[in-house]
Design a protein around this ligand. Sequence first.
Ligand code: FMN
Length: 202
Amino acid sequence: MKVLIVYYSTYGNTFKMAKFVEEGVRLVKGVEPVLRKVPELIPDSVINSKPEMKVGSEMQKDVPIVTFDDFREASGYAFGTPTRFGNVSSQLKNIIDQLGQLWFERIFEGKPAGIFVSTSTLHGGQEATILSLVSVLLHLGCVIVGVPYSVDDLYVTKGGGSPYGPSHLAGVDNKRDIDENEANICRNFGKRLAELVIKLNK
Ligand SMILES: Cc1cc2nc3c(=O)[nH]c(=O)nc-3n(C[C@H](O)[C@H](O)[C@H](O)COP(=O)(O)O)c2cc1C
């Protein structure tokens, strides 16, 4: 069984979170992570003129672009996005808005799914962004997955991480590394998704 980790990332932070979620999925026997990015909407000319964007794009160059069959074949989902004004990025929303046929086929119903997010500022909308996508997951019929407080890192994190889902404080220059608490929360989230895939498919 597979957990699809589908994300968008301009500068690489959400991508790095996705890799930690992937590690967490791998901890569960019988479940395989499938890491996929969504198509970029920013023109190449803009990306190539901004060194930080270019670095972000380069580091993800080997990640395949998600296909509808990736969604069909998965038994669970992790959606990752950077915050845009406290909301989802247009790049991830662009793919979500193409899920009508799969919604019609009922492929998401009863499958566990959750959201992870990166922001520049600590109170810049991590939870709001996650909640904006919860409504999408409910429409699709997914079982919503967050991060319970049995994950100790939630008590002590000085950066991101909340019961709504993993989050990362990237800093105004987008260069703050994912710290150990944030990474553990991402791993736990991936593991929990994979464990729920097993439980829900018994
Ligand atoms: C148009 C735009 C809107 C943004 N809005 C917010 C915001 O509301 N709150 C915030 O903390 N960061 C905001 N950011 C910063 C991004 O969330 C940040 O660059 C991102 O988390 C980095 O993730 P990435 O490296 O995966 O692209 C915004 C960035 C852009 C370009």
